[in-house]
Design a protein around this ligand. Structure first.
Ligand SMILES: Cc1ncc(COP(=O)(O)O)c(C=O)c1O
Length: 462
């Protein structure tokens, strides 16, 4: 019985899949501060036009340029594993598979879009890219991609992760990038927050404000901003994961998948694995597709579907998404990459269309799942990924109770070898579960009370 399925470089997909072409209701546009739709030109100071074209594209399939394929071949296609040891430990009749995105040089799925974004920026004549990072995975992925393409890279890293994960900073430095803690004194957005809350742990929303401010302030036109999740073009680049997984499941002899699971911070690794299967679901397949988030940052399970800014300083357009409010600063849990107030518009719309069923899980259950995975499958996963594994274990136990031979597929979005302090705190009993009090959520949602409201599908059509 094979344990892994590989693809050759020739078998790797040559096109990305764009879910926006197939959603039952059309995507609603981003809005400017005046409440009117944002035109592609208005995004031009922030992103290169070739990526803006992808952002607004409704084409189902988009060709992957040869130059990007050559960069992806450094670690792709990634293997698909069958988790025999975990299945045995759980005594489940379910067959559990995982796509191993931890094999990329920075250790996660993030380089799939980092190399694509860096390549398109270079094609457009850009020399400097500025970004933010939560856990440090995205920052190190972009640093890696920029080093392959000879671009300068600057990363604003959320303060709490900057302190908890010093080695991520050194990785970025090794690939030639500059990494500073956010909020910083280098931008208006950072200084404003520090004046109000000098001891803030920071948040992705604040770090995004700093990075966008720096990109649009460079009048030479040679600097742009890059985002590691949330946006449509990022989801698109990640679909290579699910497209490869489909071919690999066939090689493993599977004809049908019952459950697809990924953790979701901004939504990109989940979208990357699941969107090609969401297409099957739209066409009638019976699949449970589950994005998983922390209980302490319950964007999809408790946040309303609204128009909100992607960042704290309101520099980004308003996006139609599930959100806890752009002022929301999540508690400092160890899965830094899942501490984001919003969710990708494509994932958010998939939820309100009833195609996706989000789930929230507490931190301690996630670390327990990560330890069980390490002691069975051997891989020490990232704290973000542990949320997917905890949900897989829940589903495998359910299959056992029901006596059903389900096929469960999940995204092993990254390794946790730079996150050992989280594991140390867990073993020392210093981690706690944290459920967001209703009043705290209410306070953050007040900030968005008066923003325009997206339409909600009643019949599958807007
Ligand atoms: C390993 C890993 N998985 C998942 C995530 C969450 O991001 P996204 O939802 O965009 O996949 C992160 C974010 O930093 C990450 O580092």
């Amino acid at each position: 019985m094979p344990t892994k399925a590989f693809l050759t470089e020739d078998e790797m997909p040559r096109q990305w899949y764009n879910l926006a072409a197939d959603l039952p209701s059309p995507m609603q546009p981003p809005l400017g501060p005046d409440g009117n739709p944002v035109s592609p030109d208005m995004l031009a100071p922030v992103f290169p036009m070739n990526l803006i074209e992808q952002e607004v594209s409704r084409e189902r399939w988009i060709d992957i340029p040869e130059g990007i394929l050559e960069l992806l071949w450094r670690w792709r296609p990634s293997p698909l594993h069958r988790a025999y040891a975990l299945e045995k430990a759980l005594g489940t009749p379910a067959r559990i598979y995982y796509k191993n995105e931890s094999v990329s040089p920075p250790g996660s799925h993030k380089p799939n879009t980092a190399v694509a974004q860096a390549w398109y920026n270079k094609e457009f004549g850009i020399q400097n890219i500025v970004t933010e990072t939560g856990a440090g995975q995205w920052g190190s992925a972009l640093a890696f991609a920029c080093s392959l393409l000879g671009l300068h890279c600057k990363v604003y890293m959320v303060r709490i992760s900057f302190d908890q994960k010093p080695f991520r900073k050194i990785m970025m430095q090794t690939w030639g990038a500059t990494c500073i803690a956010s909020p910083s004194n280098q931008t208006h957005a950072g200084r404003d927050i520090l004046a109000k809350e000098p001891d803030t742990p920071g948040s992705l929303g604040i770090a995004i404000s700093e990075a966008v401010e720096e990109a649009v302030s460079d009048k030479s036109g040679k600097t742009r901003y890059a985002l590691g999740s949330v946006l449509n073009h990022v989801m698109l680049h990640q679909t290579i994961i699910g497209l490869e997984a489909k071919k690999q499941l066939q090689k493993m002899g599977e004809k049908k998948v019952n459950v697809i699971i990924g953790c979701a911070g901004g939504g990109s690794n989940f979208a990357g694995l699941s969107f090609p299967f969401v297409n099957d679901k739209i066409n009638g397949a019976d699949i449970d597709i589950i994005p998983v988030e922390p209980f302490s940052c319950p964007t999809m399970t408790k946040g309303p579907f609204i128009y909100d800014h992607g960042d704290t300083a309101k520099m980004t357009p308003l996006l139609p998404m599930h959100s806890l409010g752009h002022d929301f600063i999540p508690p400092p849990i160890h899965a830094g990459g899942l501490r984001y107030h919003g969710m990708a518009p494509l994932v958010s719309q998939g939820i309100i269309e009833g195609l996706l069923t989000p789930r929230a899980i507490h931190q301690l259950e996630c670390f327990a799942a990560a330890v069980q995975f390490a002691r069975t499958e051997g891989i020490i996963c990232a704290p973000e990924t542990s949320h997917a594994i905890a949900a897989v274990i829940q589903e495998a136990k359910k299959a056992k109770e029901e006596g059903k031979e389900k096929v469960i597929l999940f995204n092993m979005s990254g390794h946790g070898l730079m996150d050992m302090m989280g594991y140390e705190s867990y073993f020392a009993g210093k981690l706690f579960d944290y459920e967001l009090p209703e009043h705290e959520m209410g306070d953050a949602l007040k900030a968005i009370e008066n923003l325009p409201k997206p339409k909600i599908a009643k019949t599958g059509k807007w």
